[in-house]
Design a protein around this ligand. Structure first.
Ligand code: VGL
Ligand code: ZN
Length: 202
């Protein structure tokens, strides 16, 4: 029987993060079979969905002179500028068609405020605006989280670290994640997760 206090959190398994998408993560689609099989082992299943308005400040198209994958300063700190991706209502923002979504209890959307990015499933990049996921999990009496999805070094990393800081037990299944790996960001992400007590497993 799946433990009722443990949730599977499936992060941003969307077309734009899979091969052929606007911000494709190498092999992003290769995690999907495993993620689908894992779902039956958990009684609480959460999907997150990166969900940006077209005028989102993290898009290079909206930052004149900024190249995709360069850094800019935002009021809340440095921010990577991305190719436009996961625009609300587009095919790129949809979950990958192979992902089983019917068994999800909760879909949490993030990054819908134009002026602020949101990597973490718990807080926006100002590290204080909550998404509501913490309250949902607490009301469902969840204490342990298992995280999978895209990308290891951005949305999985920040979700895992925030969850650990909030007091959840967190395990990231690295074999069911794939990374963008920008300038050493994967190695940095692994250190950051381990420093915050996140367990890394295959
Ligand atoms: C993500 C960059 C921008 C992610 C989302 O899901 O890891 N990365 N938006
Ligand atoms: Zn995004």
């Amino acid at each position: 029987m799946p433990r009722s206090d443990t949730a599977l959190v499936m992060i941003d398994i969307q077309n734009d993060f899979c091969p052929g998408g606007a911000l494709a993560v190498a092999e992003g689609d290769q995690i999907i079979d495993r993620v689908n099989r894992l779902q039956k082992d958990y009684s609480v299943r959460v999907l997150t969905q990166d969900w940006h308005p077209a005028e989102h400040a993290s898009f290079a198209d909206n930052q004149p002179g900024a190249e995709p994958f360069s850094m800019i300063d935002m009021p809340y700190g440095p921010q990577v500028v991305w190719p436009s991706h996961c625009v609300q209502g587009t095919e790129g923002a949809a979950f990958h068609p192979a992902l089983e979504t019917d068994r999800a209890d909760m879909i949490i959307r993030k990054g819908f405020r134009a002026a602020i990015d949101s990597y973490s499933a718990f807080f926006e990049n100002d590290h204080k605006t909550p998404t509501g996921l913490e309250g949902y999990l607490r009301e469902r009496r969840v204490h342990e989280l298992v995280m999978v999805g895209l990308a290891t070094d951005f949305c999985v990393r920040y979700s895992a670290v925030d969850a650990a800081k909030l007091g959840f037990g967190v395990t990231v299944l690295e074999g069911a994640c794939r990374a963008i790996d920008l300038d050493g960001s994967l190695a940095e992400a692994r250190h950051d997760m381990l420093d915050h007590g996140v367990k890394l497993a295959e």
